[in-house]
Design a binder for this molecule. Sequence first.
Ligand code: COA
Length: 325
Amino acid sequence: MGVKIVAMGSYIPENILTNADLEKIVETSDSWIVERTGIRERHIASPEDATSDLAYRAAVKALQKAELEPEQIDVILVATACPDYLFPATACIVQAHLGAKRSACFDIEAACPGFIYALEIARGLLSIPNYRNILVIGAETLSRITDYTDRNTCVLFGDGAGAAVVTKDNSDSDILSSYLKGNGEVHKLLMLPAGGSRKPASFETVRDRDHYLKMQGREVFKHAVNGMQDAAQKVLERAGFRSEDIDWLVPHQANIRIIEATREKLGIQPNKVYVNIDRMGNTSAASIPIALSEMEDKGLLKRGQLVLIVSFGAGFIYGAMLLRW
Ligand SMILES: CC(C)(COP(=O)(O)OP(=O)(O)OC[C@H]1O[C@@H](n2cnc3c(N)ncnc32)[C@H](O)[C@@H]1OP(=O)(O)O)[C@@H](O)C(=O)NCCC(=O)NCCS
């Protein structure tokens, strides 16, 4: 059985938050943000939109490109750390908007690598006869859980969504190898403390701003570089390729210095790395599908190319996939 990524789509909100805008909100500067992160601007969802709205628009584009009707979709998988609600799943709301009446739907909370985790789950589901077409979406409205009084985090994140239509046929698989890994011992380094069963919402949690993302950036940075390198090397080994065989490295867009360190450790040429962090910021689970969708629209991805996707995020978890485009 061959698993195929037949089409990509994305949706980027129109509203832009620039570094100059952030200079007016917290004590920071454009030069600090650009130098330390590579980010110049990020997109912010309209107040009336939730994650499912962004996910829906990305899905519509992917379905159009795949020339599929919503009723041909068997499963909708939404990878997100910013669901519309704690429950029901955001995927159910996307299903209703699409009118994908036949589909199963559920969310995956796998932070920034969520899209890679969701692709792996889709690959597993496609090995079962019942499933043929799966919509894999990474969608985030991180601006809703970002504390715009905390300069350590508020400069980093943006909103957006990317979607892939994944199907199967009798040819070779587009997914050559994969690797997923977790390290829960250090889960407190990056988290949203309140609103779950550990710390339910209360007057105190709101007062203490515990419904916003908290991060120990420097520690996260070190784990991210090591995790991304480890996962990338594992998928190369598993598929029997070397880093020089890669046509494109499409890393999670969290920080240009993390991207650059990962690229250097792997020994990949700078012109083979796709970077859009300057325009997008960190869009967590949406970052890789947005990048792939942009690359496809720009004609950068050619059939047969080797594409390495790799990501790292809260948990900590990390993962990579080697794709034959
Ligand atoms: C957050 C991050 C950009 C901070 O960069 P850094 O070089 O590690 O900076 P540090 O945290 O060591 O802080 C250095 C100084 O800059 C200050 N600083 C932090 N944010 C700032 C900002 N927005 N503007 C100006 N100064 C800032 C800090 O307060 C600190 O000042 P101090 O030395 O007086 O205490 C970086 O650690 C990072 O990207 N980490 C990984 C984040 C990530 O990828 N998270 C998601 C994983 S998916």
